[in-house]
Design a protein around this ligand. Structure first.
Ligand SMILES: *Cc1c(COP(=O)(O)O)cnc(C)c1O
Length: 376
């Protein structure tokens, strides 16, 4: 039996809610289930305002429009991230100034952030890698002192916290993903969180093709009109119905994933003590939402060897991001600074199988597989 890297988990109510949405005769955006999801997230996490989107990528693109990013603006983001984190801003003409990761985690190194700010800098876009918080006090302090906006890429960070504050509630804006590889899923799907009041009205307009249709449906205006730029960023209520079945079970999902995560940690500690691998580091200010269990090998040769060794035992462990400053699209646009920690994670990080239904037996098979690699 193959142990996959990821396996989408269904709680059982997804199709029932989808049927309910279909029978309600309102399956376009902002139907009953979208409203239920919005309410849930705003109440549970105290987000000022949330809007479901068709992906986290879309939520980031909305953020770039909301911040009026234009040709020549600079945006600071970690190089060790997903393409969408920065592509959303490049679409609006921004130049990306890539930051390095910390030595202790793949998150943005806040001690080197301030040196990257110029008069053209508009925003900082930190990502909470593996759902583990960046040092948000430091980031918000730098942003406030230089009048910059902060957009949290919280794609992986559902139900995770920084000093007791939910991730996604700290930056001016935040973007979440419900892609099937995340903890809470709807196939494709995402959410924009608006914490800064000044963006609330315009966000609704941008999401509805640049029209004030949302205000029209609430009876605030007597016809809806083209009032701004925008696009079609809202998901069908069928997607929201699926998502609602997931979030009703968020506690169960998170608990089970954390159990698996802790079992990996316990089983792999001896290999860290022996200096063969490095395990995830969770700073005092951060919680763990068990989105990813990763290990860091000492070098690229070990990483390739270990992935191969596990593959031969039908275990699918995978590497992750390739430094964006070295990407075919951006390497000629990057300013040439070396980002050694980002490159180290590019070369040496492995993600182990992690999904809701992962069994204790499967976890032990993976741990034994890793042990046998280092014994040989
Ligand atoms: C998954 C992910 C995204 C993209 O999410 P989509 O919903 O697929 O658009 C963006 N950023 C990070 C850090 C991610 O992990």
């Amino acid at each position: 039996m193959i142990i996959p890297f990821n396996q989408p988990f269904l709680t059982g109510k997804e199709t029932q809610y989808i049927e309910q949405a279909v029978k309600s005769n309102k399956i376009s955006g902002d139907g009953l289930f979208t409203k239920k999801c919005h309410q849930f997230f705003e109440q549970k996490y105290g987000f000022r305002k949330v809007l479901l989107t068709t992906s986290c990528t879309d939520a980031l693109e909305m953020a770039a429009i909301l911040l009026n990013i234009k040709e020549g603006d600079e945006v600071i983001a970690p190089s060790y991230s997903f393409v969408s984190t920065v592509n959303a801003f490049v679409l609006r003409g921004a130049k990306i100034v890539f930051a390095d990761s910390e030595t202790s985690t793949p998150n943005i190194d806040v001690t080197k952030l301030e040196a990257l700010i110029t008069p053209k800098t508009k925003a900082i876009v930190p990502i909470h890698y593996a759902g583990i918080a960046c040092d948000m006090d430091a980031i918000m302090d730098i942003a406030n002192r230089h009048s910059l906006f902060v957009v949290e890429d919280a794609a992986q960070a559902i139900d995770s916290y920084y000093k007791g504050k939910p991730l996604g509630s700290i930056g001016h804006l935040a973007a979440f993903s419900f892609h099937e590889t995340k903890n809470i899923i709807s196939g494709e799907g995402g959410m924009l969180v608006i914490n800064d009041e000044q963006f609330v009205k315009r966000a609704e307009i941008i999401r509805e093709k640049g029209t004030n249709r949302s205000a029209f449906f609430r009876g605030e205006v007597d016809k809806y009109n083209w009032v701004d730029i925008g696009s079609s960023f809202l998901p069908s209520d069928i997607i929201a119905a699926f998502l609602f079945a997931q979030i009703e079970n968020i506690e169960t999902i998170q608990d089970r994933r954390k159990q698996s995560w802790n079992a990996y940690l316990k089983g792999l500690l001896p290999l860290q003590d022996a200096g063969n691998i490095r395990l995830p580091f969770i700073p005092d200010y951060a919680t763990n939402n068990a989105h990813i269990f990763y290990i860091v090998c000492n070098d690229v040769k070990n990483r390739i060897g270990l992935i191969d060794h596990l593959k031969k035992q039908d275990i699918n462990a995978v590497f992750h991001y390739l430094s964006l400053h070295n990407s075919p699209f951006y390497k000629d646009k990057h300013d040439g600074r070396k980002l050694p920690n980002s490159d180290h994670y590019t070369d040496c990080l492995i993600r182990l199988p992690m999904y809701f239904e992962l069994t204790t037996e499967e976890i032990n098979t993976v741990i034994n597989g890793i042990n046998s690699f280092f014994q040989s």
